[in-house]
Design a protein around this ligand. Sequence first.
Ligand SMILES: [Zn+2]
Length: 178
Amino acid sequence: MAGVKKAVTKAKPKLKAAASIRGACLCGAVEIEVDVPVFWAWHDHTVASRRVHGAAYATYVGTYRSKFRLTRGEDVVSRFEEEATGNARSFCSRCGTPLTYERKRSPKWVNLPRALFAGRTGRETKYHIGHEQLRDWAYLGAPVGPLKGYPGVMVERTRKKKVAESDSLFDPEMFGTK
Ligand SMILES: [Zn+2]
């Protein structure tokens, strides 16, 4: 019966716990956990997500519900279902932090605000939904410098062409353009 013995040995593999990262709301009452890598990561520029987050756009990680766990604070989690779409969002009723975004047409999936997690999610955030709704007041990474007289405040640099030219690494005379 050597074959059976072998089978028994094979049936006892080392339990390998899935890697996961933890997240929390602002006040700390709610804690969540998600297995990584998540399925995908995306920026949501649509008006509903913008308003719920009070931000130019929201960045989410999406995963199977089975890979998401609410580990603390279930009693303070509130849920809001948008009538028009049937999409549901949950948030901490103490501090208002958005926690989950579930879309009615994708019942097996849950989207979680990327900002809740300090750890790596295992996915690059390179997808966009509602990109055409990107606001003209969103910050897109323009260069900034300190604002004189206001410590900690940075201001976007809008350079006039002349300034930019004189600041160039290359001397225009070198190319005979001046
Ligand atoms: Zn909270």
